[in-house]
Write a protein that binds this ligand. Sequence first.
Ligand SMILES: Nc1ncnc2c1ncn2[C@@H]1O[C@H](COP(=O)(O)OP(=O)(O)OP(=O)(O)O)[C@@H](O)[C@H]1O
Length: 373
Amino acid sequence: MQIRKVKLTNFRNYQQLEWEPHPQLNFLFGLNGQGKTNLLEAVYVGAFSRSYRGNDQELLQWQKPWFRIAVEGEKKSGPFLVELAYGQKRKLYKVNGLVKKKASDFIGNYNVVLFAPEHLALVKGQPAERRRFLDAELAQTNRLYLLTLQKYVNLLKQKNYLLKEAKKGHYFDQDLLEVLNQQLAEMGSVIIYLRLEAIKKLNPLARLIQRRLSQGREELEIKYITTIELSGMSQKEIKQALWQGLISKREDEKRRGQSLIGPHRDDLEIKINGFSVRHFGSQGQQRTSALALKLAELEYIKGEIGEYPLLLLDDVFSELDRERRAILVETISGRIQTIITTTSIKDLPPALLKQGGSWRIEGGNMHVSAPGQ
Ligand SMILES: Nc1ncnc2c1ncn2[C@@H]1O[C@H](COP(=O)(O)OP(=O)(O)OP(=O)(O)O)[C@@H](O)[C@H]1O
């Protein structure tokens, strides 16, 4: 899939912008704080309905009452136009001119994989980052997952409220807690089951890429780490196990005022040649495996929806060494429309720059640049 036009009004430091990206590589370069990431972020918001680095209000240009993003493009099923407007704490979604009431009808109309500096720490960072990694690829390719996750998060909020009341010694509705736990076991089991299925597909993809990145020296393995034992279980069995787990932790949860069990607590373990990269991997191995996971995500989405998503590389291109960069370029060349932000394109090979377009970003404006500038 490709995006052909991006229009922004009052989005961060862009008052008005109309941009026609190159079908392959797009280099956005310029000094710090000029709006390179803001533009990439707008493309992300068009796919996910919200940002990965700020709330809706922060996206609004200072002192402006509303912003609008419109992204036009083409996928296998035909052309698309997605529009998102935000003002007075409300969002309006349109897809191909039709108003959509829910974010879930808007998300995933085009697909993106984001690789930002924080993802270099994907393997070493907090479990929440690894869960986000899984959620992002599943939510945009599987509607059941997206809807179930939204319900799960809402139920969890209600349960946490009850548990806090219980911890404070206030009156709380024990029956409601049971009902919530039953629903959480139902939704949670769907989430865990779909995550396990996704990991089955991701594993061979990531293994192959890691082999290439390490010249055959390293075997990568992704393992789902969960609060309950569930190897080889069906979704029904997972639900039963989760329900049992919730019962056994009930008193503990009330004492601590928080939900201790379920997919919101799970994690991924990344291993190379059998050892945990998080605990024992070198910095280079941690970065390589993060790159392998991201490249595997591209292939996973291709496998699920039949075409490659867009790739958004925020400030990571210049962070990669020459070999890893070469493999990345080889992976995306001619297949994956990519937007790359970088402070300078001076050191990039002219042959690479010729595969795409370059724009200098300055104070929320863009200027077309000749290669090598
Ligand atoms: N809501 C907003 N309204 C207006 N301007 C904003 C808003 N949010 C951020 N900015 C401005 O956008 C600029 C930051 O843009 P961005 O994050 O895209 O930087 P960048 O060009 O990617 O820089 P770097 O190379 O440092 O990552 C800052 O100058 C900031 O003042």
